[in-house]
Structure formats: structure tokens, C-alpha cells
Design a protein around this ligand. Structure first.
Ligand code: SF4
Length: 464
């Protein structure tokens, strides 16, 4: 499964994949269970969410001030700060740096910003193959596909698929434990042994960042594998590509953000490693990425979407993501938040259909640690897509007919009687297959509400 083809093709491929939906469901269930357990330990969870939303709103409303403060403090501590207006500028700055430094062996820590600007493709076009050091990213790199989740890039793969992949690619000699629990550990250790020497030989390291702290010019990174720490310490030059929406005003704001992020993302009280980089590296370049963020900020309706701290929880809980996985969405950011960010930041024709990939159940809004009312924005973006004439002619026609019928009670009653008779026959004849392939055929109620009211009267009127 990869991102090729149109949206409908990708969704169809995902649903028909024999293993993908099961893998995604298993992995997201595990994440949610751990998340729920660790969130339950924090009676102040709602206060934390409230505080985090306020901090993000404040920094987004004063972004120019905090950006200037960050740049000044990062430079004071010896970092080189660059600005990238768009993806092309980010690619140019980083590949040019690699060329100037004569870098040949490039390491990459997991970073959605680098995925967003397609940095690997830019390196490959110049003859470099950056080595992904995060286990999930390493797996998807071997599979020649993009990540399918923002915190767990290979969440769509089973341990058995990874076992076979590693054997095929020479990461292991093919002899693997048969016990499933042992297998997962063995796979991690095999990747570690395979990557370790290469990690120590590289000459340029690339990271993203979880947060930027304005008052200290700090780049904050959390991880579980130690690969980021190795990437930044074993290479003479480090480049951090970071979206400008990752800014926080103060170091103490991390005390609010980190418990929310780690619990929501992986169900951990804290990740195994936590890096605060403030000028301690030999040579540190920080590339601040706009790529649509400033335009999104200018619109007050969109501003709160940029509160996102990329925990991935809205994906884990979304019934659509849980069925089709991340590649079906077609860009770096899948799931409910991706359905908002892709139209905003990338804005290609197909991206405007993504807000329709939602049941609007509101589970994403309930789980979001920074209280983004995700489903309300999805609904708004649907309205905007309809107003802009971005929906297909059949759908627009269907809704026009629906509106016409709903405004005429006599016609509505006749249409309801006919539909009731025709629906089961249409389902039997396979005319509703596009719906019934993945869902139960809708069954009309034996009696309509009006019939019940007429025949039985207001039976429940005395109930409280
Ligand atoms: S929108 Fe909220 S839940 Fe989704 S990734 Fe961002 S912070 Fe996490």
C-alpha cells in the first residue's frame, strides 16, 4: 500500500488489503489503551489541556514577536538560523548546506517536516541516500514508502511483514524467533546492530523538533530509541528543520506540553530520551519552515488548527483512519488533523475532499490534548468545499433533489413510501454495492414516525 493513484483508488486499495486494516486496528488499539491508562493517572488532565490551548493560542497570536526572540537567542548560543518560505526553499537550503560541507553520509532522525518538504527525494536526486535512524522510518524507507502515521511511521506493518522485509534486505540472515513477543524485540535489536556502525560514520545529521523555546533559543526533542541523540552527537553538522508553529514562549511551558504529548502519543509518562539543544553542538543549523503556516495563521478561523502538537491521538481514535490507515490520505499528515492541514498547507485539488473522510463523531476533538475542535473545522471546510463548487456534479444534483423533496411534504411522503419498497430490492440486486461492500445495507423501519404517531398516539408524552 502506498500513496499512488487518486483518493478513491487509495481508499479502495486500503480496504481491500488483506492485512493492513487489521494491523492498523491492532496498533491503534494498543496506543489508545496505554494512553487511557496514563491519562487516568492525571486528575489535572483537563486543566493541562486548557493551559496548553491557552499557551498555543497566545504564541500563535504573537508569533512574530516569539520568532524574533527565538532567532536572537538561538544565534546568541551559536546556532545558524535560516528561513524557508516553502518546501522548495527548505530543500534548497539543506541540500546546499550538505554540498558545502562535503557531506556524503547523511543521517535522518524522524521528522514530519522533512517528509512534508520531501527532503529525502531532494537528496536522492543529488545522489545521496540519507539513512533513516528511527526504526519505523527505517522500515518504511526499506519498503520505499512514506510513513503512515505521524508518531508511528510503520504502524501499518505487522511484525511478520517486517521480519520478511529485514530478511529480504539483508538486515538479518532470515533466522527469526517464532514467538511473537520475542520477535518484536529481536527485530529492534537486529535493526540496531545493522544501523549502529553507519550511525557513527556519518557527517551530517538531520532532525525535526517537537518544540522550539523562544526565551532560550532551544530546540526540544523527545524520542524513545536514542537515535536522535546519536544523530546530533555523532555528526559534526546538525540541521533541524522545524515548522514555525512549534514555538513556545518559555522553557516552563514544556512542563505543560510534554505530559500531554507523551501520554497522547505513546501512552508514556515520559519518553526514554529528552533533548534540549541550546548551542551545545559543534555546528547547528535551524531551518524555520513556513510552507503555508503564516497564511493559515492570518485567517482567525484556521488559527487554532495550528495548536497541533503532532501527538497522533486523533488518528488512533478516528474510525476512518482506523479502517484505511495513513497512506490513503495522500500526504504527510493523515487522519483528522491531516484532513485539515493538507487543504490548508498544500491545497491541491484532492486535498479539499479530505474533510469528507470523517464520520464527524467528534472523538478526535475529545481526545485532542490541545483542545482543537477538529470535527467543527472539518464541517466548516466541507461547507467551504461545497461553496467553492469542489464537490462532484452527481453529489450536488442529489442534494438539490433532496432539498426539493424535503420542502414538499406530500412529495416527501410519496418518495419515502417508494424508497421503503425499493431499497431492499436495490440492495439485493447489488445496486448499492459501493455502500454495502463495507457496511450493512440500510433497512427501512417497518413503520415511519408519522405512521406510529397516527396509529399509536403520543404514548411517551407523560414520560419525563
Ligand atoms: S490535532 Fe490534536 S490529537 Fe491530532 S495530532 Fe494534533 S494535537 Fe494530537
Amino acid at each position: 500500500m502506498n500513496r499512488g493513484g487518486g483518493l478513491t483508488d487509495r481508499i479502495r486499495r486500503a480496504i481491500k488489503d488483506p492485512v493492513l486494516p487489521g494491523n492498523v486496528l491492532r496498533a491503534t488499539n494498543t496506543s489508545l489503551k496505554k494512553r487511557d491508562e496514563t491519562v487516568a493517572e492525571r486528575p489535572d488532565w483537563e486543566d493541562l489541556r486548557e493551559r496548553a490551548a491557552k499557551v498555543k493560542d497566545h504564541v500563535l497570536a504573537n508569533l512574530d514577536r516569539y520568532l524574533a526572540e527565538f532567532v536572537e537567542n538561538a544565534r546568541l548560543r551559536g546556532a545558524h538560523v535560516h528561513f524557508a518560505k516553502d518546501a522548495a526553499a527548505a530543500r534548497r537550503i539543506i541540500t546546499e548546506l550538505a554540498r558545502r560541507k562535503g557531506a556524503t553520509r547523511i543521517l535522518k532522525a524522524k521528522s514530519m517536516a522533512t517528509e512534508e518538504v520531501e527532503l529525502n527525494q531532494a537528496f536522492t536526486a543529488r545522489g545521496f541516500t540519507p539513512l533513516e535512524t528511527d526504526l519505523g522510518e527505517f522500515i518504511v524507507q526499506l519498503r520505499d514508502e512514506p510513513p503512515s502515521h505521524i508518531t508511528a511511521p510503520a504502524l501499518h506493518c505487522s511484525a511478520e511483514q517486517i521480519r520478511d522485509l529485514f530478511a529480504r534486505e539483508g538486515v538479518t540472515d532470515g533466522r527469526a524467533p517464532t514467538d511473537r513477543r520475542e520477535l518484536a524485540t529481536w527485530l529492534s535489536l537486529s535493526a540496531r546492530a545493522h544501523l549502529r556502525d553507519r550511525l557513527l560514520e556519518a557527517d551530517l545529521g538531520i532532525t525535526g523538533a517537537n518544540f522550539l523555546v523562544a526565551e532560550t533559543g532551544t530546540v526540544a526533542l523527545i524520542e524513545n530509541e536514542g537515535n536522535i541523540r546519536l544523530t546530533v552527537t555523532s555528526t559534526p553538522v546538525t540541521v533541524s528543520l522545524v515548522g514555525i508553529d512549534k514555538l513556545l514562549p518559555k522553557l516552563t511551558d514544556l512542563a505543560t506540553m510534554l505530559p500531554l504529548l507523551t501520554r497522547s502519543a505513546t501512552g508514556q509518562r515520559m519518553t526514554s530520551y529528552f533533548q534540549l539543544i541550546s548551542g551545545a553542538l559543534d555546528e547547528h543549523h535551524i531551518v524555520l519552515l513556513d510552507n503555508g503556516r503564516i497564511d493559515a495563521l492570518r485567517d482567525p478561523e484556521n488559527r487554532e488548527i495550528l495548536r497541533c502538537i503532532r501527538c497522533g491521538a486523533c488518528m488512533n481514535v478516528c474510525p476512518v483512519y482506523r479502517t484505511v490507515g495513513g497512506h490513503a490520505y495522500g500526504w504527510t499528515y493523515p487522519g483528522p488533523i491531516g484532513s485539515l492541514l493538507s487543504p490548508l498547507w498544500r491545497g491541491r485539488g484532492e486535498d479539499h475532499q479530505l474533510p469528507f473522510l470523517s464520520s464527524l463523531c467528534g472523538a478526535c476533538t475529545d481526545i485532542c490534548p490541545v483542545k482543537i475542535p477538529i470535527h467543527e473545522h472539518l464541517l466548516r471546510m466541507r461547507r467551504e468545499a461545497v461553496s467553492a463548487g469542489r464537490r462532484g456534479i452527481p453529489e450536488r444534483l442529489a442534494f438539490r433533489i433532496f432539498r426539493y423533496v424535503m420542502q414538499r411534504p406530500g412529495l416527501y411522503r410519496r418518495a419515502a413510501r417508494i424508497t421503503k419498497r425499493l431499497l431492499p430490492a436495490a440492495a439485493r440486486a447489488g445496486l448499492l454495492r459501493r455502500w454495502t461492500d463495507t457496511r450493512a445495507a440500510p433497512q427501512p423501519a417497518p413503520r415511519s414516525f408519522k405512521e406510529m404517531w397516527r396509529e399509536d398516539g403520543p404514548r411517551f408524552s407523560k414520560d419525563p
